[in-house]
Design a protein around this ligand. Structure first.
Ligand code: AMP
Length: 360
């Protein structure tokens, strides 16, 4: 089967690493000359909205999926005329826009923080009067890794905040005093079957995911699955979807969804029976889904900007290094490591050893 992937970053690369043993072949559409997935398939080096290249992609593959949500929804809608695309343009349209996404949570009865649409500084002033401070102003689209957002703590922060984010459509969100952040990676097949991995506890540094720990029978697992199921069914979703939540007062508040494989699911490559990457491909290809059961205890540590010496990483017990072969650059995700263990206490020690490498 020939799979077209919009985007050729590390997520595309890991999709190809999972799909190649299933006999799949990959073509990546990515305008970056150094797209790191290109090593594992054909690289269509072109803009996402070039009709000529979209035609070329549609004609050369059996189906198309995407590895990042900032693809223009029109690109996906155009492709849908010629080739099956999973998830659908409609799912992408909602998931890539924070206003549509949060409005959907509200309509489906999924708790989320108070929010308001902001199309001007005057809208922002009115929204702050309604929601209060502190609050978080976020661009409706294109934000990632803490980019495209500003925390507003006092009235002085509000002045010119709309211009600071580029005078583009935004939403204002009430600041959530959360006790933790968790995410649920779920997958829905073409036949509507849904499987969910164990909830993952996430720790961010400067807005970027630092550490993910797969939980054991988390008390909020069933609630998270219920919320995810509502969204997956509403969107008639096919593929992997990641759902990020804030833990508040023993319950969950939805933060956002990502319509793709997700960084907080990377641990599943070695830590689950079937990885999120393989399950995404199984789902979009209409194949039976694989088991989402955990294998022992697992965590995932991101390498941001650079990767410690390979020998030092691999000296830590049961560590699995993923070097994305990307140029090192501050703030850039260049690799990760999955660490596995028989016990939680031991896992903590292994993670501490890896964190020591980061600060050395
Ligand atoms: P996001 O891009 O929406 O995932 O936001 C990045 C990170 O900023 C989240 O993982 C949180 O740590 C923090 N954050 C986002 N929205 C809020 C909010 N409404 N209240 C408090 N912290 C937030």
């Amino acid at each position: 089967m020939k799979v077209g992937v919009i985007g050729g970053g590390q997520l595309g690369r890991m999709l190809a690493l999972a799909g190649t043993p299933l006999g799949m072949q990959f073509t990546f559409l990515d305008p970056a000359a150094d797209a790191c997935a290109a090593a594992l398939g054909e690289h269509l080096h072109a803009d996402y909205s070039s009709p000529e290249h979209l035609q070329q992609l549609a004609q050369s593959v059996d189906l198309v999926t995407f590895e990042f949500e900032s693809v223009p929804a029109e690109t996906v809608a155009y492709l849908e005329q010629f080739v099956p695309v999973y998830p659908s343009a409609q799912a992408l349209r909602i998931a890539r826009d924070r206003w549509f996404e949060k409005s959907m949570f509200k309509d489906l009865g999924i708790p989320t923080t108070e929010f308001a649409d902001v199309l001007s500084q005057a809208d922002l002033d009115a929204a702050v009067a309604q929601i209060g401070l502190p609050a978080v102003l976020k661009t409706r689209t294109l934000g990632y890794d803490g980019k495209g957002q500003k925390v507003l703590r006092e009235p002085a922060d509000v002045v010119d905040a709309f211009a600071y984010l580029g005078n583009v459509p935004c939403i204002l969100e009430g600041f959530v005093a959360f006790s933790g952040e968790v995410s649920l990676v779920a997958v829905r097949g073409r036949d509507g079957e849904v499987c969910c991995y164990p909830l993952v506890h996430n720790v961010h540094h400067e807005g970027i995911l630092h550490l993910s720990l797969a939980s054991d029978q988390h008390p909020l697992q069933a609630l998270a699955q219920d919320y995810a199921q509502r969204v997956l069914n509403e969107l008639e979703y096919v593929g992997v979807l990641a759902f990020e939540f804030f833990e508040v007062d023993g319950g969950l508040k939805a933060n956002e969804i990502a319509p793709r494989v997700h960084n907080s699911g990377h641990w599943t490559i070695e830590g689950a029976q079937c990885s999120q990457f393989e399950n995404h491909l199984r789902a979009v290809a209409g194949l039976p889904l694989g088991s989402v059961e955990k294998v022992g205890h697992s965590g995932m540590l991101n390498f941001i900007g650079s990767i410690p010496a390979t020998a030092d990483v691999l000296a830590v017990a049961d560590c699995h290094l993923h070097d994305y072969s990307k140029a090192f650059k501050p703030g850039r995700k260049v690799g990760h490591v999955t660490v596995r263990s028989e016990s939680e206490a031991q896992l903590k020690q292994q993670i501490a050893a890896l964190e020591a490498l980061l600060s050395s």
